[in-house]
Ligand binder design. Structure first.
Ligand code: ZN
Length: 193
């Protein structure tokens, strides 16, 4: 068994041994809001936004981008589970700023091993690559504030998103743990009756 697998299963044993009342939590999120944010390991939405189990939906992907799948989750979040306010939270020093579709497609074409980064990406792999990466929009980020605005706009203008749900746009600072509003995004995400 891998060390990581052992650690995770041990940690879960501990967690479950003190699970208490959490087994009786209802399915819909009690505080009726959702956060779309990046998968970056430094971000812990439960901690930075003060969530306990059962409080809110947290949808995560690379960049916290409003991909079709993120929107699918948000639609389910309000339509079936009653969320009423949404946050889009990108963050400083996001890995999605470090490459383009072309760069990652080139790397994948060279090998399917992990590439190295030293100011630029280099492929050092030995396995065969694949050109399938050319077919994917990786939703990379050129400008953080702009990406938040773009995603809030995309969600706001989606035909399955009701106008009365406010969508707030923020950038999380990985150096301070603080959320900074992107006013233009929040403005774009403003609810209307
Ligand atoms: Zn990120």
């Amino acid at each position: 068994m891998s060390e990581i697998l052992k650690e995770v299963l041990n940690a879960n044993e501990q967690y479950a041994s003190d699970f208490g009342d959490k087994g009786r939590l209802p399915l819909p999120p009690a505080r009726r809001f959702a956060i779309l944010t990046c998968m970056d390991a430094r971000l812990d939405p439960a901690k930075f936004a003060g969530l306990a189990e059962g409080d809110a939906h947290v949808i995560r992907n690379a960049g916290g981008r409003a991909s079709d799948d993120a929107i699918r989750s948000l639609v389910i979040s309000y339509k079936l589970l009653g969320t009423k306010e949404w946050f889009v939270i990108h963050h400083t020093d996001c890995g999605m700023e470090l490459f383009t579709n072309e760069i990652i497609a080139d790397l994948l074409e060279k090998s399917l091993d992990t590439a190295v980064y030293d100011g630029e990406w280099k492929d050092v792999g030995t396995t065969p690559g694949s050109s399938e990466g050319r077919k994917i929009d990786f939703l990379t980020i050129r400008n953080l504030a702009e990406s938040v605005v773009e995603d809030v706009r995309k969600i706001r203008s989606h035909p399955l998103v009701p106008p009365y749900i406010p969508i707030y746009g923020y950038i999380y600072d990985v150096k301070t743990g603080r959320l900074a509003e992107v006013p233009q995004a929040t403005e774009a995400g403003r609810a209307s009756a």
